[in-house]
Design a protein around this ligand. Structure first.
Ligand SMILES: *Cc1c(COP(=O)(O)O)cnc(C)c1O
Length: 382
């Protein structure tokens, strides 16, 4: 019988990691190379750590298991994973992206993919008619984040997969915001799932990592060839840090979501807060679709305050919550998308989406919910 995902967070897919000594924690194979036993044969199946390494391989198998993937490839950062994904495209190909997208991905598409001849079209992927209208004969990929960043908009993954496949394109889903604990896009028809492992997977704001998970083995092999050739694979010690973080993924995700629900409800009732964007609130426009395609709403909340001065005051006055980029860790972090994560998104798109000087994004951590609320209260009212 297949083990439940809580168990697989801790034990991975393999029954035990076989190191010969019975170590419970997977060892860090801090080696660049592996001995060959005779010409053309390496005893262990490992040659050189840029290509493969036992610690990283165990992590990749664990992530693949959690996402229900044929295989996963671990990268030195989320952006390295995103960049490797777009290496599947050729000059003249077009990718259609959600307009509610991580700012670093927008920069990559503009400054790197553009120069390589890959055309990028931004579309409101939450509106299927608009998405369908954007598809052209050159479309080779549809790339979505759901919930989107930072507007928390929900895209219907099943419908996008059908549309992509009809057009002969791949559906790529950045699943960083919900993690495989809450959402498995491959089961909904996606071809590739991306993660910034820096966020919920590692979970402790202490390392940088990224993953690509593929629906089938040939696609996984293509991605692995790119990774080992380009050389942006994850180092063994960082792989070990992610493995250690993963052991508590399920507990963190549940508690962080519980905290987020309380905080979203509190924010909604506050006079200085004019809008709360959290897909766990029934009035959220994507509430029903998110419920159909995931098991939870996660712990990312964006909210709008009454004036830019209030936004500035909150950022300057928070004491427990940290004003910093990133998300998904045990520490609650508050971000100002306008000048931080989304500074590289064109101003016109930012305005159309509502990424303005009154928007704040909160990654709810594992502190006591009441302490986070107290801190936000003193910052908002101080
Ligand atoms: C952080 C993030 C990335 C980039 O990941 P890094 O690990 O910072 O390189 C990509 N997508 C999303 C949604 C992110 O939050």
């Amino acid at each position: 019988m297949e083990r439940r995902r809580e168990t697989r967070c801790i034990h991975g897919e393999a029954h035990r990691f076989k190191d010969g000594l019975g170590a419970i924690s997977v060892p860090v194979y801090q080696t660049a190379s592996f001995r060959h036993t005779e010409p053309g044969h390496n005893g262990s199946g490992f040659d050189y750590t840029r290509e493969s390494n036992p610690t990283r391989q165990y992590l990749e198998e664990t992530i693949a298991s959690l996402e229900g993937a044929a295989g996963a490839v671990a990268f030195s950062s989320g952006m390295a994973a995103v960049a490797a994904c777009f290496e599947l495209l050729r000059p003249g190909d077009e990718v259609i992206c959600s307009d509610d997208l991580y700012g670093g991905t927008v920069r990559l598409l503009r400054d790197v993919c553009g120069k390589n001849g890959v055309a990028v079209t931004y579309a409101d992927t939450t509106d299927l008619a608009k998405l369908r209208a954007a598809v052209s004969g050159a479309t080779r990929a549809i790339y979505v984040e759901t919930p989107g960043n930072p507007m928390m908009r929900i895209t219907d993954i099943r419908a996008c997969a059908a549309l992509a496949h009809e057009a002969g394109a791949l559906l790529m889903v950045d699943n960083t915001f919900l993690s495989p604990y809450w959402q498995n896009p491959l089961a909904l028809g996606a071809d590739i799932v991306l993660h910034s492992g820096t966020k919920f997977l590692a979970g402790h704001n202490d390392t940088i990592a990224g993953f690509l998970c593929a629906a089938d083995q040939p696609l996984c092999d293509r991605l692995r060839l790119i990774a080992k050739t380009v050389g942006n694979t994850l180092a063994p010690f960082d792989a070990w840090l992610v493995l250690r973080g993963l052991k508590t993924l399920h507990v963190r995700m549940e508690r962080q979501q519980e905290n987020a629900r309380k905080i979203a409800a509190w924010l909604r009732a506050h006079d200085a807060v004019t809008e709360v964007l959290y897909p766990g609130l029934p009035e959220h426009p994507g509430y029903e679709i998110n419920r159909r395609q995931s098991r939870g709403a996660g712990s990312m909340i964006s909210f709008r305050v009454d004036t830019p001065e209030t936004a500035r005051r909150v950022l300057e006055r928070v004491r427990l919550v940290i004003f910093a980029e990133s998300l998904g860790g045990v520490e609650s972090l508050l971000t100002y998308p306008l000048t931080q994560t989304h500074a590289d998104v064109p101003a016109g798109i930012r305005e159309r989406l509502g990424i303005t000087d009154t928007l704040l994004r909160l990654s709810v951590g594992l502190e006591h919910a009441d302490d986070i609320i107290e801190d936000l209260r003193q910052a908002l009212e101080g």
